[in-house]
Design a protein around this ligand. Structure first.
Ligand SMILES: *Cc1c(COP(=O)(O)O)cnc(C)c1O
Length: 468
């Protein structure tokens, strides 16, 4: 029985055409004229491979004889010409979504990128002296001003910032970390591994839920160099838990000539509590408490491009700047341009809450989000798709504001016979892919992360994805 099947499969495989034979058909010749020889060859080879795989798994192969075959090849080539990295609509309600590129940029930041990208710039050129300058000059003062730090440097991302700080300051020395703060965040950033990578030695203190000041005190030996805190940004230890406050930790460190460093992850430059948000530590407040050095991301709640910011004591920043690794993890000019422009939005005449997209989305009154949901509902209705508006909970994401929900509003399209997972898949395959959220077996389109500009394309995408 099994043998017969194999023979059958083999003979069906043999009926598949060769690339060479297909290329000789008049249709293929027309396609080569429209596209190119290499694209048509690649497409035919791929379609034959797809057919072979289909036969092997008991499915139907491509019909190479059909009238529609030239269109199939043409569509295939067109799709291959599209960029792989493309705009998507984030209807997940997760504001800082690492998989979706984190913070959208403000127009000012995009304008800066385009201006700098188009030509030459004074990236590392001191215009007054007419001599070599430093790329760090463009943001150092702004960051000092916004955080109260003595000095600051910017690198590729926050992970690089942490490795660089530890490499420059604690190679072959001990870094003391509470067991409650040995974090792992998405994309394989694991604090114990990062410390090992930097050449420093991790010394764990305390217990998962409780670490006392005396735990740090007892762990300090001659080899100690840094007392490190990290923001437990994607989880929260609730209930029976303690950690010493920053002030006493800083006093202890100062008395022993040690450095207190804190990895904040999502750095918040302004107090977001007036907007109904729990206390995400504000960079400036932490430095005021005596922390010597902090690291945070540019593209989380700061609302800018990918970047890692290191701010703190001038002597430490100076040592970090000259470490060889600083060159390997330096920020590129386009991110730097966007970061400077974003930082300027924190200063007059701007209002960061209104002018920085992530902060605007975070602080937008739920009534306005709901209004957008109703607007989407009408647009869907005009396209023959019925839906209902529902309450929803959005979240800050990106390792910020743990265990906090943001009131939001969502659309639940009426899917007729399709399942939520199947429809979510169709939405992802559209011309502008849409990322929805599935909650309690329902497909939700959360409007907090959908901008006004996204609204019409989103409606069109939902209408297009709906099976007729
Ligand atoms: C997000 C995060 C990082 C990594 O930041 P990247 O900019 O993605 O490199 C490091 N530490 C903490 C606490 C974080 O939340």
């Amino acid at each position: 029985m099994k043998e017969n099947k194999e023979i059958d499969l083999n003979s069906r495989m043999r009926t598949l055409p060769s690339v060479q034979r297909l290329l000789e058909t008049p249709d293929a010749k027309t396609l080569v004229e429209e596209f190119s020889h290499s694209e048509v060859t690649d497409a035919l080879r791929d379609l034959i491979a797809v057919s072979r795989a289909a036969l092997a798994s008991g499915k139907d192969p491509v019909d190479f004889e059909s009238k529609q075959f030239p269109d199939l090849v043409s569509n295939y080539i067109q799709r291959n010409r599209q960029p792989n990295l493309m705009r998507t609509i984030n209807a997940s309600g997760i504001l800082v979504h690492t998989n979706l590129g984190r913070a959208p940029l403000a127009p000012e930041a995009m304008a800066a990128i385009s201006d700098i990208a188009q030509g030459y710039s004074n990236l590392e050129f001191d215009l007054d002296a007419g001599a070599r300058g430093s790329r760090h000059e463009h943001t150092a003062e702004l960051l000092a001003d916004l955080t109260g730090a003595d000095d600051a440097i910017v690198v590729n991302n926050c992970a690089a910032a942490v490795v660089l700080c530890l490499s420059a300051l604690a190679t072959d020395k001990e870094v003391i970390v509470s067991r409650g703060e040995l974090i792992e965040i998405g994309g394989s950033f694991r604090l114990p591994d990062v410390i090992a990578q930097s050449g420093a030695r991790l010394k764990e203190v305390g217990a998962t839920n409780k670490t006392h000041l005396r735990d740090y005190e007892l762990a300090i030996t001659e080899d100690a160099r840094i007392l490190m805190k990290s923001h437990t940004s994607n989880y929260k230890i609730v209930g029976f838990s303690t950690a010493p406050d920053r002030k006493s930790l800083c006093t202890l460190a100062a008395s022993q000539n040690l450095i207190v460093m804190e990895d904040l992850g999502s750095g918040v430059l302004i107090d977001l509590s007036p907007y109904g948000l729990p206390d995400e530590p504000v960079v400036g407040d932490i430095l005021k408490m005596g922390v010597d050095l902090i690291t945070f991301s540019g593209d989380k709640l700061l609302g800018g491009p990918q970047a890692g910011i290191i701010a703190g004591r001038a002597d430490l920043i100076a040592a970090i700047k000259t470490h060889p690794l600083a060159r390997a993890v330096r920020i590129d000019k386009l991110s730097l341009a966007a970061l400077e422009a974003t930082l300027r939005l924190y200063k007059p005449p701007h209002n960061p809450i209104k002018d920085i997209p992530v902060l605007r989305m975070l602080s937008e009154p739920v009534e306005d989000v709901r209004q957008r949901a109703h607007d989407l509902q009408s647009a869907l209705g005009s396209g023959g798709v019925s839906s209902r508006v529902t309450e929803s909970t959005a979240s800050a994401g990106g390792g910020s504001l743990p265990a906090h929900d943001i009131k939001s509003a969502a659309i639940v399209p009426y899917l007729r016979t399709t399942s939520p997972h199947h429809f979510a898949n169709r939405l992802r395959q559209g011309e502008i892919p849409v990322i929805a959220r599935i909650s309690k077996e329902e497909l939700l389109l959360d409007l907090r992360t959908v901008s006004e500009r996204d609204l019409k394309p989103l409606a069109n995408a939902v209408i297009a994805a709906m099976p007729s």
